[in-house]
Write a protein that binds this ligand. Sequence first.
Ligand code: FBP
Length: 552
Amino acid sequence: MTISPLQKERLKYIPKLPGMLRNGIAEIGVKKGEETCSVADQEKIKALFPNTYGKKEITFEKGQNTSPAKKQVVGVILSGGQAPGGHNVVCGLYDALKAIDKENELYGFKGGPSGLLEDDYLIFDDEYIDQFRNTGGFDIIGSGRTKLETEEQFAVAAKVCKKHGITAIVIIGGDDSNTNAAVLAEYFAAHNTGVQVIGCPKTIDGDLKNEDIECSFGFDTATKTYSELIGNIERDANSAKKYWHFIKVMGRSASHVALECALETQPNICLISEEVAEKKMSLQQIASYIADAVEKRAAEGLNFGVAIIPEGVVEFVPEFSALIKEINELLAGSKADEFNSLATWEEKYAFIEKGLSKEAMAVFEVLPQAIQQQLFMERDPHGNVQVSLIESEKLFSAMVKAELDKRKTAGTYKGNFSALHHFFGYEGRCAFPSNFDADYCYSLGYNAAMLIQYGYNGYLSKISNLSKPAEEWVAGGMPITKMMNMERRHGEDKPVIRKALVELDGKPFKYFEANRDTWAVNTCYLYPGAIQYYGPDEVCNLTTRTLALEKQ
Ligand code: FBP
């Protein structure tokens, strides 16, 4: 097989482990910390997790390895969206298992959690795994979004584990997948299966973080990749001086990705969904806010700019969420067929006008027609509007244009506004992991093997002190139940890991807030360039600005 020169070099890269895991397996001891309790709803979570709740947090340290000798047969699953570094989690896990005992085995369940249920797997060996070291993607075994959440699924999983003599399952996933890992761990413990479950924090969205987990893996590489592209666009904008670029960046719900890209590139505008919700901003208010910057720059002869739009922003606009709710009701059940049987958009529009409340219609009316039609076309299998597919970068640029047209008529705006649109998401999810993600992920996997060896169940592999060089990183484990609270999901109260949204009183947002007015009007672009894998520390071992600011 032909591989690129970079891939060839990256296969040789030796990921850095935390100092405490570098001493050889025989010298890794455990330091037990305090007993834990969940972040909220302690009594309810305790009742739901009687076997796995309240366990102690642990840290590994240089010392005597006291784990009992036991052959391990481990199964690993990649769950959800791709994130750079996933392959290294598997490599770290494999290397540690083999270092503990050459007879240990690692099964990879294919295509996500469904691989476990369907007993679809491969068994890793050196030759296979060596092709994937330090590479992006999840193609080593594939990923999927099947949720492991029902008793029936758990029973099937237990049966598959028994068949292969599996002693532990490692689930590499986001907040939902790790919530399910905790429920599976509880099931396995309650049914005395002897199978442990360990989670690893993955997602480019960066929303699986808390006082224990400093960041999820993949966020570093994905945001560096988007920032490179945004910086290149900024330089193009500043060269041609004729376009406003509206750039949507991934992040299903939280705006961590948008905020990090803004900190790295200093664009003219970056919306933060959490702030939009806090201030209860309407679509028109957002459009006016952007139009103000366009107008001010035009007054200086700067008819160009860059605006970053977080993928999930429209769901945070209260009036828009209310509109979506009404549309979902309007088309519930057989009413969808009635709507679909209407031949023309005019007839459909009349149907919508009749069905929506006055308030919802007022929001609907101001949307560009393409977006109006999208709201009625892109439905999920339950018939609901798929908000994530809405082209919000186009929505806002069209609304800004309409606002500027009004200002032109009023004589306050005299510039030219020409918009281009981009969506950066899939471009960054499978990039070669940065050195940070390569090291972090390898460490998470290696550490997961140590947690298994020491018999822990329902723990998240935890590597902290990440803003420091890898030598000073701290390896250990945290009971997943510690991160849980009760939330309303699909009409039911469920125990879940709390999703971390952007904190408006946190240092990264505060830094952005203090600078954004200057960035809006002046041209302060930063050009981060491509991820560097080789060279001086200052360019190839940088963490994210978010992490650096949080740890200041
Ligand atoms: P995870 O939460 O599973 O890591 O996925 C995050 C994400 O990349 C979001 O940023 C994006 O909205 C979504 O996945 C896209 O999902 P899909 O890959 O199914 O198109």
